[in-house]
Structures are given as C-alpha cells and as structure tokens.
Design a binder for this molecule. Structure first.
Ligand SMILES: Cc1cc2nc3c(=O)[nH]c(=O)nc-3n(C[C@H](O)[C@H](O)[C@H](O)COP(=O)(O)OP(=O)(O)OC[C@H]3O[C@@H](n4cnc5c(N)ncnc54)[C@H](O)[C@@H]3O)c2cc1C
Length: 420
C-alpha cells in the first residue's frame, strides 16, 4: 500500500494524539511510506473518539448561524436542553464566545459552511478508502444519516440547515411520517418530518474503528508510544522537540492532533487557537442494535440514538466545562426518558455512562495547516462535533500538504489556517 516512498529513507513523523484524527493521520502517512511514531498517554481511541455517536455525517451547516446567539439564554434555562456553560468557564472562554457571535453573521456562516462541507462532503468516500483492509472496515455501514422532528415548529426551525445543504449541493431527502416509519419501524410514531442524508455512514463501534487504524499503521511499521507529552518546542536549528514524562523526541516533523488538548502545544508554535472542550455525554443501553437501522437525531431534544455492536447508545449535550472539570451526569440522566419516548422498546437500564471533550472552534472548521513558526509542525485538530466524520479526509489533505502536493480542498485551505 505504500505510495512510492522508500520506508527506510523517508522522513520520521511523530503524531501527537491517537484519537480518530491522529490514527487516521498516522495510517495515511504510513501508507505513503513515512516512518511514523504515534504517541498518546492512553491507548488509541480513548479520548473523544471512544464514545461518540458513530455518525459520519456530511453536514453543511456550521454551529454558529444567524440568530443562534439569541437562542442561547433559552437553551441555558432548559434543564433538559442541549447546552450548559459553567459560569467560571464562561469567563475563561469569553474570547471564544465573542468569536462565536461574530461567526454567526450571515457572511461568516456562509463562508464557514463552504469550508466545512468541503471536508464533510468528501468524508464518506475518504473513510471507505482509509478503512479498506483495516480490522475495522466492516464496522462502517452505508445507511445514511437521519434527523427526525416531532413538531412542525421544530422542522421549520431547521429551514436554515436545509438551505445550507441545498446551497452546497449536499444530497438530502425530506421525509414524511410514512417514510420515517418505513425506514425506522421501531421509532415511536410521533415524528412528523425527517431529513435524510443518504451519503452518511454509521460506525458500529467508533473505538474499535480507531484501534483498527492504529493496528493497520503498526502493520506498516509505525511504532506506538504510551507517553504523556509535556512541551513542544523548536531547537535552535528549528527542529521540533517534544518532551514527555519519559524523555525527549526529535523527529523530523510533528503532527499535533491532541484533540481538545492541542491548544497549549500550538501556543508554543506561534498560534493561539480558539479551542474549547465542548463536552458531551453518552449512555449505553442493553437494547440490541437491530432495534435501529442507523443513527437517528431527534432535533427538538438534541439527542442521538445509535445502533452499536454493543447495544444502543444515546449521545447528547454541549457542555462548556473546561478541560479538566469533573463530569456531571445529572443532565444526561434527565434526558434518558426522552430516549425511551423516541424508541419505546429501549431498555433504559444504563450499562455505561461516559463523557468526552469535543475539540470545538467558534467557526466550526478545524485547524488543518502548518504551524506559524515552523514548516516542520502541522496542526490537525479542532474538528468539533464532527471529528469522526472529518478524520479520514483531514488526514488525506494533511498528507498532501506534507508531500507538497495540491490538495483536493485547495479552494478552502485558507479557512483551516492557524492564524485566523
Ligand atoms: C457525545 C459526543 C458525540 C459525538 N458524536 C459524533 C458523531 O456522531 N460524529 C462525529 O463525526 N463526531 C462526533 N463527535 C465528535 C468527535 O468524537 C470528536 O470530534 C473526535 O473524537 C475528535 O477526535 P480527536 O482525535 O481530535 O480527539 P480525541 O479523540 O480526544 O484524541 C486526542 C488524543 O490526544 C491524547 N492526548 C491529549 N493530550 C495528550 C498529552 N499531553 N500527551 C499524550 N497524549 C495526549 C488523548 O489521550 C487522546 O487520545 C462526538 C463527540 C461527543 C463528545
């Protein structure tokens, strides 16, 4: 599978962070003949990539859209609403929130939609190519991505998203009550409208998918180091130096893909990314995966139920609680009855709960670029709610940049730059 480059003479790249983004990058580079070291303080896929909803979703709308900031107070007051902001974090993240408001202006939102869809619109084919021949290949299911609405008002409130899809040329079908019933017979008969994106994929076990990428990279000679990174600097010759709890690494190049933890490392390379840990939660239920054919997003209640090989998973919430604050499962527990309303056959005995940190940017697009201070350090982080979706295509774009080739998203590459 190596493309041209001799493994022995190629340059040595260290990928910091073995989430879905880091593992996708490591495998892509290993296939191109780079000598790859993948470094993480935990096992592959143990961060946000462990417990997400498993949707590879070709979304066209950014998070910040015109009018959204005005809805935030109402969201915060709703005890089962999707959004929580811890007061101390609100103060710390004020620059992020102010930028989010700016990004919700119509012209900014449109530009962000174009930059976002340039990646998400290529996500499914990129995943099929990346996963081919890896242990997780069979976990990808070609079943699309379904949103359902239980009220006319909820569907009407989604008009902006549909308009983004239409302007981007994103394939989508508007569904009636009957269409939904046929696609997902086990959903409660309360859903009046649906939006289906046929080119979405569902992943039956996101953690295993990531582990499979890491395993495939190892089969191509990549080494995996379990170390806790402390600092990332440049030596006087401009070569990158990574220190960890176990020592020092001096590779030829470094890719920073530590998800929500990337900010402190990027700061020493001339960038000051607006990156917040937007925490989300999941609950796993015993109910068999065959109860659903695909991930389903109930828009009014901001919850997703997904069929996993280990049962049904409910994911929810956007919580601005900082990187290190303890998880708070109270809101997740309050939302579980809604999952039962959505899927009446759900056995709501909870087998596992989990919290993960989405690496979120105010403009909804990742940092996918060279670092400002060094052309030997590359950024691949900040994939917000869509890191699983964008991992494979981001890895391919980054590998093209590192190889000095044109990328398939050259028209939007500026949007992913470090200083913006
Ligand atoms: C509830 C929830 C549902 C979601 N659903 C979806 C979905 O359906 N579809 C989708 O596309 N996205 C979804 N996401 C978002 C997606 O999970 C993330 O965008 C994605 O996992 C980010 O991947 P990452 O590799 O950048 O970060 P991570 O997976 O967090 O990986 C970062 C890695 O860096 C390592 N690391 C950090 N600091 C250090 C250090 N100092 N030293 C060594 N290692 C370090 C961590 O251990 C970790 O393994 C969801 C997220 C949540 C929370």
């Amino acid at each position: 599978m190596t493309e041209g480059r001799d493994l022995q003479t190629s340059r040595h790249v260290l990928v910091l962070g073995a989430g879905v983004v880091g593992c996708a990058t490591a495998l892509t580079l290993a296939r191109r003949g780079y000598r790859v070291t993948l470094l993480d303080r935990d096992g592959p896929g143990s961060g946000a990539s462990h417990g997400n909803a498993g949707a590879i979703a070709p979304l066209a709308g950014p998070q910040a859209t015109p009018g959204l900031p005005l809805k935030v107070p109402g969201m915060l007051l709703n005890p089962t609403g999707p959004l929580t902001i811890r007061p101390t974090q609100f103060v710390k993240a004020l620059p992020w929130f102010l930028r989010f408001i700016l990004e919700s202006m119509p012209s900014r939102a449109e530009a962000n939609s174009i930059a976002l869809y340039a990646l998400t619109g290529r996500a499914a084919p990129a995943w099929k190519e990346l996963a081919r021949g890896t242990p997780g290949e069979s976990l990808l299911r070609d079943v699309g991505w379904l949103k359902v609405f239980s009220s006319d008002a909820g569907f009407q409130g989604f008009a902006k998203e549909i308009a983004f899809m239409a302007r981007r040329g994103a394939p989508h079908d508007i569904l009636t009550e009957d269409d939904i019933r046929q696609m997902e017979p086990n959903l409660a008969p309360i859903f009046k409208h649906g939006v289906f994106q046929p080119d979405g994929l569902c992943v039956r076990n996101p953690r295993r998918l990531v582990e499979g990428l890491a395993e495939a990279a190892r089969d191509l000679g990549a080494e995996f180091l379990r170390e806790d990174a402390k600092t990332l600097t440049l030596d006087p010759d401009g070569m990158p130096v990574l220190t960890t709890d176990k020592g020092e690494h001096r590779p030829d190049q470094i890719v920073l893909s530590a998800g929500a933890f990337s900010k402190k490392f990027a700061r020493t390379l001339g960038a000051n990314p607006l990156l917040e840990a937007e925490r989300g939660y999941h609950a796993m239920f015993e109910t068999p995966e065959k109860s659903l054919n695909r991930s389903v997003y109930w828009v009014e209640n901001s919850l997703v139920v997904s069929p996993m090989e280990t049962g049904i998973r409910m994911t929810t919430q956007a919580e601005f609680g900082g990187l290190d604050g303890p998880p708070s499962f109270a809101r997740l527990e309050r939302m579980i009855p809604n999952a039962k309303v959505l899927l009446p056959s759900l056995d709501i005995t909870v087998r596992e709960t989990w919290m993960g940190r989405r690496p979120s940017t105010p403009d909804s697009v990742p940092y996918l670029c060279r670092s400002p201070d060094s052309d030997r350090v590359f950024f691949n982080f900040g994939h917000q709610h869509l890191g699983l979706t964008m991992a494979a295509i981001s890895a391919r774009v980054l590998a093209d940049m590192m190889d000095g080739r044109p990328t398939e998203v050259d028209e939007t590459l500026q949007a992913y730059r470090a200083l913006r």
